[in-house]
Design a protein around this ligand. Structure first.
Ligand code: HEM
Length: 177
């Protein structure tokens, strides 16, 4: 099978119905931006890294893994599928996603000392990431693509947008307060 036919097999069917992760990401970014403006009265400043430097080790690892996952995930979405680089970057991405989700179990800032609603996302990522790998190893390429696209757009981009809400660390980094 040629590279072009592999890519079209993964991406080709379904139109809008297959684009729900992208739609969730767009809506998520819009909702998060609105909440930032309405609740926070933000004034963009040059980034102040103090809140990150003062954060706990799990938060630092979590944030570092998230930033790398965003970059590698964007490369994966845009580049040809099934190639050696795709598989190599894919394994690194999977490892970092598990690290990101694993460290989040030790972060309990929103309800100090207790799990929050965001930990539901942790459970989802810890479940779907291995399932996505198992799917492609069993030849279920479309299922693999669906799971990975969902993880990237819904897990990373949408969750990432909500990390800028007032009171959270990244709000303080970029908007002060
Ligand atoms: C670009 C993506 C992401 C970024 C930039 C990010 C960043 C952060 C940061 C800075 C915190 C520290 C606490 C805070 O500021 O409120 C945090 C907490 C957390 N993150 Fe993420 N994160 C991302 C994606 C994810 C994903 C995919 C998951 C799920 C696996 C996740 C689960 C959590 C959980 C459960 C917490 C703790 C919330 C609490 O205090 O109860 N995050 N994240």
């Amino acid at each position: 099978m040629t590279q072009a036919s592999t890519d079209s097999r993964i991406a080709g069917r379904g139109g809008l119905a297959r684009r729900w992760p992208q739609l969730i990401a767009v809506v998520g970014i819009a909702v998060a931006s609105t909440l930032v403006v309405v609740l926070g009265h933000p004034r963009l400043q040059s980034p102040d890294l103090t809140p990150i430097l003062e954060a706990s080790t799990p938060i630092k690892i979590h944030l570092g893994a998230a930033v790398i996952c965003l970059a590698l995930g964007a490369i994966q979405m845009a580049s040809p599928k099934g190639t050696l680089p795709h598989r190599l970057i894919g394994w690194i991405w999977v490892g970092l996603m598990l690290l990101l989700a694993g460290t989040s179990v030790f972060i309990k800032v929103i309800f100090p000392g207790h799990f929050s609603y965001i930990h539901l996302l942790t459970a989802w990522v810890l479940l779907i990431t291995p399932l996505a790998v198992m799917a492609v190893r069993r030849g279920k390429v479309a299922m693999h693509a669906r799971f990975m696209t969902g993880l990237f757009y819904t897990g990373l981009i949408t969750a990432g947008a909500f990390t800028f809400l007032p009171g959270r660390i990244l709000y303080r980094v970029f908007f002060g307060g």
